[in-house]
Design a protein around this ligand. Structure first.
Ligand code: PLP
Length: 394
C-alpha cells in the first residue's frame, strides 16, 4: 500500500549517498586509543543481549570482580561508567564534592588541569599546586600543601599522559589519612600496564579508561570508590548534581538490586569482560613486566639513535614515552609521514610541550617487541631525511 502523501516535503539537502564504512588498519602507538585485542573486537561484534538478561547480569559481576583484580582493590563500588575516562573522572568529583568543599589538585600536566576545571564546575573551593611538566611531587611537597590548604580531597594523576611521568604513590595515602582528606587518583594511563595497588596505597577514589592498557576501544570509564569516599557520599546534604553519574543510583543497577538506571552499552561490556579476562589470564605481574620490558627496549633503541627522553628514568612511564623532538626537525611532519606512509600513529605534545615532544604509547595489546622494532626501524631509517630537509630549508 502506498504511503499517503504528506503535506510536508522531505528535505534531502542533508542526504548523502555513502559507500559502506572502510577504515584503514592503523598501528596506534600514540597516547590512546591503542589497538584493541582481536578477541575483544570479536566480543564487541556479538549479538547484543538485554541489559537485564540474567546472562548479562552475571557478566556485570564478572567485569566488576576483574576490575577489582586489575586495580588491586576490594572496593564494593567498582564499575565501568558508560562513557570515556572523562566521564569516570567527572563521576569521582560529582559524587564527593559539595559546594564549597576544598579540593587540592596536584598539577604536573594537562590532565591535572582537567581535574581543576571539573572540580570548579562542581563548585569546589579549588586549590592548586604545580610542578613543571616533566617532574613529579615529593611527599614533602604534598604534605606542605595538605597542611597549608587543609583540603577535603587531594586529586592527582598517577600516569600523566601529557608528560610521560609516573607519580610515585608510596606514602601519599598515609599523608591523606593523617591530614584527614580523601585521595583521588587518575589511573587512565596506568591501569593494566603499570603497577597499581589501590588498597595498599590507600586510594579512596580512582578512575580509568578502556582504550589504553586494557586493549578495548574507547567507551567505558572504570570507576571505583572506597569506604571513606562512600561515607562522604552518604553524608551529603545536597543531591549529586549529575543524574547520569550518581553512584548511589548506579549502584542500584550494578549492586544486588539490578534496577534499571540507563540502557547499558552491552557490547562495550562484552569487550571489557574479554579484555579483563585476558589481563587476568596473563597475570598482572606478567603484564606489568611486559610493559616495562618493551618500554625499556624502546628507550634504549631511541637513545641509541641519539634521541633524548623527556622524562627522567626513575619517573618514566612504561606505557607512554615522551621523546624530545631534535633541534631543526619538524616533528609534526615526521609523525604525519609515519601515519600516511606507514599507517603508524604517534602523538605530539600537549600544552607547553606542543611541538617539543613525540608521545609514543606501548599499551596493552600493542606492547610487543615487534611493535618496538618496527617503530625503531622507522626512526632509524626515516628520521634522518627529516633532519636534512630541516637543515636545507634553514
Ligand atoms: N586522564 C588521563 C591521564 C588521560 O590520558 C585521559 C585521556 O587520554 C583522560 C584522563 C581522559 O580520558 P578520555 O579521553 O577517555 O575521556
Amino acid at each position: 500500500m502506498a504511503i499517503a502523501p504528506s503535506h510536508l516535503q522531505i528535505d534531502s539537502s542533508h542526504r548523502r549517498d555513502l559507500a559502506p564504512i572502510a577504515t584503514p588498519d592503523r598501528l596506534l602507538l600514540g597516547p590512546g586509543p591503542s589497538n584493541a585485542h582481536p578477541t575483544v573486537l570479536e566480543a564487541l561484534s556479538r549479538t547484543p543481549i538485554g541489559h537485564l538478561d540474567p546472562l548479562y547480569v552475571e557478566l556485570m559481576g564478572e567485569v566488576q570482580e576483574l576490575l577489582r583484580y586489575a586495580w588491586q582493590t576490594d572496593n564494593r563500588l567498582t564499575l565501568p561508567m558508560s562513557g570515556t575516562g572523562s566521564a569516570a573522572m567527572e563521576a569521582t568529583l560529582a559524587n564527593t564534592v559539595e559546594p564549597g568543599d576544598r579540593v587540592l589538585v596536584a598539577v604536573k600536566g594537562y590532565f591535572g588541569l582537567r581535574l581543576v576545571d571539573m572540580a570548579g564546575r562542581y563548585q569546589a573551593d579549588v586549590r592548586v599546586i604545580e610542578k613543571p611538566w616533566g617532574e613529579a611531587f615529593s611527599l614533602d611537597e604534598l604534605e606542605a600543601a595538605l597542611i597549608e590548604h587543609r583540603p577535603a580531597i587531594l586529586a592527582m594523576v598517577h600516569a600523566e599522559t601529557s608528560t610521560g611521568i609516573c607519580q610515585p604513590m608510596e606514602g601519599v595515602g598515609d599523608l591523606c589519612r593523617k591530614h584527614n582528606c580523601l585521595l583521588l587518583l587518575d589511573t587512565v594511563t596506568s591501569l593494566g600496564g603499570v603497577p597499581l595497588h589501590l588498597d595498599a596505597w590507600k586510594v579512596d577514589l580512582a578512575y580509568s579508561c578502556s582504550q589504553k592498557g586494557l586493549s578495548c576501544p574507547p567507551g567505558l570509564g572504570p570507576f571505583t570508590m572506597g569506604p571513606r569516599a562512600e561515607q562522604k557520599l552518604s553524608a551529603r546534604t545536597t543531591k549529586v548534581p549529575n543524574w547520569y553519574l550518581d553512584v548511589s543510583l548506579l549502584n542500584q543497577y550494578w549492586g544486588s538490586d539490578r534496577v534499571y538506571h540507563h540502557t547499558a552499552p552491552v557490547n562495550m561490556n562484552f569487550g571489557m569482560r574479554e579484555a579483563l579476562r585476558l589481563l587476568a589470564e596473563e597475570g598482572l605481574e606478567q603484564a606489568w613486566a611486559r610493559h616495562r620490558r618493551n618500554a625499556e627496549a624502546l628507550w634504549s633503541g631511541l637513545e641509541g639513535l641519539g634521541l633524548v627522553m623527556h622524562a627522567p628514568l626513575e619517573l618514566r612511564l612504561p606505557t607512554l614515552t615522551t621523546v624530545r623532538i631534535p633541534e631543526g626537525v619538524d616533528g609534526k611532519a615526521f609523525s604525519q609521514h609515519l601515519l600516511n606512509n606507514h599507517g603508524i600513529e604517534v602523538g605530539g605534545g600537549l600544552g607547553v610541550l606542543a611541538g617539543k615532544i613525540w608521545r609514543i604509547g606501548l599499551m596493552g595489546y600493542n606492547s610487543t617487541p615487534e611493535n618496538v622494532d618496527r617503530l625503531l626501524n622507522l626512526f632509524e631509517t626515516e628520521l634522518p631525511r627529516f633532519k636534512q630537509t630541516a637543515a636545507v630549508a634553514a
